[in-house]
Design a binder for this molecule. Structure first.
Ligand code: NAP
Length: 249
């Protein structure tokens, strides 16, 4: 496999994606990250990445748009020369109990969290197949493995992502492309900061390691899966969850 040089991270302006972008930059990779609306966060993240001494680009693109994902990949190749690593991180939540969930809340989460990953894999695979190398890392969730009350949409999207990971891994393996998924548990980020304290306490009780995780603990695994050392790992769903998905008994 060739030396890894350019990484694309979807939803890299904030939270876990930002941490992944910064860590991959520290490893010497040029970085292109996408975001959807928060220009201020994107600008700040871009400056932080550039301060690591690599080339960087912030690209406004909705992952649920097939055309915008195509533009993201084409622009990256034009400006950076290749795409060696794709991290499908962008994701949203629209939680509600089944009885109250609106059709659009279900559809929006599937469109961003599942179809968005297909859009990016579809357009990047053309590039990676030609160069006969690549690393695709999908950021899933343990909710795709264990389910959760109020998250029927999110659980369905993330469980679907596990099937997508394995299918893509089988299909792309012969060309030196690995595809894996990381399933984080509860991680400190904007997505979890809105949770009520009472709910957070209940979650912590269900985590064998007794605490919420840090984005850095996810980004370290991304860096490993993106590295030459991980060349024999593909089609795997790896939990970074303090043991939560094992269950409490
Ligand atoms: P976050 O803090 O809410 O950040 C979401 C990022 O995705 C932002 O950069 C946002 O851009 C971008 N984004 C949202 N919708 C997008 C779209 N349609 N197209 C392109 N970019 C979009 O989220 P996070 O907590 O870091 O989560 C990141 C990933 O980890 C998600 O896939 C999530 O499901 C997964 N995960 C998170 C946790 C957790 O505890 N936090 C646990 C398990 C799994 P803007 O800045 O422009 O809004």
């Amino acid at each position: 496999m060739s030396t890894l040089k350019t990484a694309v991270i979807t939803g890299g302006s904030r939270g876990i994606g930002k941490e992944i972008a910064l860590r991959l930059a520290e490893k010497g990779n040029n970085i292109v990250f996408s975001y959807i609306s928060n220009e201020e966060a994107a600008k700040k993240t871009l400056e932080e990445i550039e301060s690591k001494g690599v080339k960087a680009l912030a690209f406004k693109a909705d992952v649920s748009s097939y055309e915008e994902c195509q533009k993201l990949m084409e622009t990256t190749v034009n400006q950076m020369g290749s795409i060696d690593i794709l991290v499908n991180n962008a994701g949203i939540i629209k939680d509600n109990l089944i009885m109250r969930m609106k059709e659009e809340e279900f559809d929006d989460v599937i469109r961003v969290n599942l179809k968005g990953v297909f859009n990016c894999i579809k357009h990047v695979s053309k590039i990676m197949l030609k160069q006969r190398s690549g690393r695709i890392i999908n950021i899933s969730s343990i909710i795709g493995l264990i389910g959760n009350i109020g998250q029927i949409n999110y659980a369905a999207a993330k469980a679907g992502l596990h099937g997508m990971t394995k299918s893509a891994a089988k299909e792309l393996a012969s060309r030196g492309i690995t595809v894996n998924a990381i399933a984080p548990g509860f991680i400190e980020s904007d997505m979890t900061s809105t949770l009520a304290d009472k709910y957070k306490e209940a979650i912590i009780k269900a985590i064998p390691l007794g605490r919420i995780g840090k984005a850095k603990e996810v980004s370290e695994l991304v860096c490993f899966l993106a590295s030459e050392e991980a060349s024999y790992i593909t089609g795997q769903i790896i939990c970074v969850d303090g043991g939560m998905a094992m269950g409490s008994i």
